[in-house]
Ligand binder design. Structure first.
Ligand code: ZN
Length: 344
């Protein structure tokens, strides 16, 4: 009897105008963030290289260098590139918007907003089975000056892991790359499996790869390098040596190293927006007044591969939400290009 009474009251409540009033707010819908991977193949592939960028969102040297190679011409070898593994964090320009993604490879909750992306990454790796995987980062400081810093280094989990000679390979790459680098590299061995100093690395991408039979290295530029171009250059110089070792040849490699700026895609983002069923293309800052209760759908964003939209003050994991007004930042990765302001 008591229960039935309650049900009756709650059903009455949901029909009151108090709830209908929320319809006056604007309804926004954003597209799903893309998880993009790019496959490059030459006529005579021998070894398979996989490049992973952007696991950490505030490391643009890493994801911009990976992105740049997507437009390259392969003369030899084959490659799978995932430039923006953690696009949400890239747009927020933070290490991990939903916590550190590079600690989620051993296990991840289905409720974690990163779940979908981490699982996609893992299945792409297991399906492609590269001969070598390179996880790209911009680390803090300079390793050769401070052994606790990660910047300007090649990181290995062990000197040797099963039949992978990680140290000898990393050391060979380091020595050859250093010829071309102003800020020299070191080899950082985290001893992931043989000590407890870096237990967290067991949960990282490279640790997970090794346990799954895939040879993997981290390469780190320094966050403290003076320019973004210098960070990109560090990545490309290291990669060029890996490519030589794995019989991969990129036609534009030297040109990219000498003039990375030329290869950064900074196309202006064009936003396709639909307001109450009416489509419009926006390519620069705009203020839009709409009727109360309007439905605003971002259909598409065309520009560079890093072009997307962020609702200011809105959780970046949300794809649809209500708001009274909204300022939408249109971005190329970390960089804001313009705002779209919408209110009723
Ligand atoms: Zn990192």
């Amino acid at each position: 009897m008591e229960r039935r009474k309650f049900l009756k009251i709650s059903s009455m409540l949901s029909a009151t105008p108090l709830f209908a009033k929320t319809d006056n707010r604007l309804f926004f819908k954003f597209p799903k963030k893309p998880f993009e991977y790019y496959y490059l193949k030459s006529k005579n592939p021998k070894f398979k290289i996989m490049l992973i960028g952007g696991i950490h969102g505030n490391e643009p040297g890493a994801y911009k260098a990976a992105d740049m190679l997507i437009n390259a011409t392969l003369k030899k070898g084959e490659m799978l590139i995932i430039p923006r593994s953690n696009f949400t964090s890239i747009l927020a320009d933070v290490r991990g918007y939903n916590g550190d993604m590079n600690r989620k490879f051993a296990s991840i909750s289905k409720k974690d907003p990163d779940y979908y992306y981490v699982e996609l990454l893992k299945s792409a790796i297991l399906e492609y089975k590269p001969d070598v995987l390179i996880s790209m980062h911009d680390g803090y400081g300079f390793y050769i000056k401070n052994k606790r810093a990660w910047g300007q280094s090649i990181v290995i989990d062990e000197l040797k892991y099963k039949n992978f000679n990680l140290f000898s390979e990393a050391n060979f790459i380091k020595n050859h790359a250093n010829i071309y680098l102003k800020y020299k590299l070191g080899v950082n061995n985290t001893k992931t499996f043989s000590s407890h100093i870096h237990d967290e690395q067991k949960k990282a991408l490279t640790g997970w790869c090794l346990e799954n039979g895939i040879k993997a290295f981290c390469i780190e530029a320094s966050k403290q390098l003076p320019t973004l171009e210098e960070k990109i250059k560090t990545h490309l110089v290291i990669l060029r040596e890996f490519f030589k070792l794995y019989d991969v040849e990129v036609a534009e490699m030297d040109e990219m190293i000498n003039n990375p700026k030329k290869f950064i895609d900074d196309s202006n983002p064009v936003v396709e927006i639909e307001i109450n069923g009416k489509k419009e293309k926006i390519y620069k800052a705009k203020n839009i007044k709409v009727p109360k209760g309007s439905e605003i759908i971002i259909k598409n964003i065309n520009g560079s591969r890093g072009s997307f939209v962020v609702g200011n003050g809105i959780n970046l994991n949300w794809k649809s939400f209500h708001a009274r007004r909204l300022s939408i930042a249109v971005k190329n990765d970390f960089e804001k290009k313009y705002n779209i302001r919408i209110w009723s």
